[in-house]
Write a protein that binds this ligand. Structure first.
Ligand code: AMP
Length: 170
């Protein structure tokens, strides 16, 4: 999907020095490419193999909910602290450019047995690993990780013991 790659713009030094930030928002500004991408991601084996999707705030929501619609799968969310009501489970992780925490609603996670994690981009894998740990700790199963972009040199995929798929490998 060459057209897709061309819509991902790189911002050097954002959000801090040394980071090449991949801005995926150009994809949703092109409805044809966005639609093609969602159809491709939705028909992926790891989506079919899982009962539900868990998407990660915030750009993961854009792709996750469109895939949920197309694949007719339920979706739950992992959000940054202070955003979700109810009883929560929390995990902490290191980001390529900082630290963060993610919350999941306990009741929502309990509803389904297996999850595919959906996010915009895989870098070090710390974010997805945080979600996978929360899934495991709550006796649920991660069937895979699916992202739009993967930064190959950070080798994030090798930390996971489940299938990892990405559409654009940079
Ligand atoms: P990581 O936990 O290192 O795999 O980072 C993945 C998460 O951080 C995703 O939610 C991305 O949105 C964001 N992220 C990390 N590095 C970048 C980057 N170079 N460009 C854009 N987003 C990034």
């Amino acid at each position: 999907m060459k057209k897709l790659e061309n819509l991902i713009k790189t911002y050097y030094g954002f959000p801090k020095k040394g980071i090449a930030f991949k801005d995926v928002l150009g994809i949703i500004q092109n409805s044809e490419v966005f639609r093609e991408l969602i159809i491709k991601m939705s028909s992926h084996q790891i989506i079919r193999n899982s009962e539900a999707i868990i998407s990660i705030e915030a750009r993961g929501f854009i792709f996750g909910s469109a895939i949920a619609f197309q694949a007719m799968k339920p979706m739950i969310v992992a959000r940054k602290p202070g955003k979700l009501p109810g009883e929560l489970i929390e995990g902490n992780y290191n980001l390529e450019y900082g630290k963060n925490s993610l919350n999941i609603q306990k009741e929502a996670l309990k509803k389904f047995s297996s999850y595919v994690i959906v996010d915009d981009l895989l870098a070090t894998g710390g974010t997805a690993d945080c979600v996978a740990k929360l899934i495991r700790e709550n006796n649920r199963y991660t069937s895979g990780l699916l992202t739009v972009v993967e930064l190959l040199e950070l080798k994030g995929r090798y930390r996971f013991d489940f299938p990892v798929e990405s559409i654009v490998k940079i």
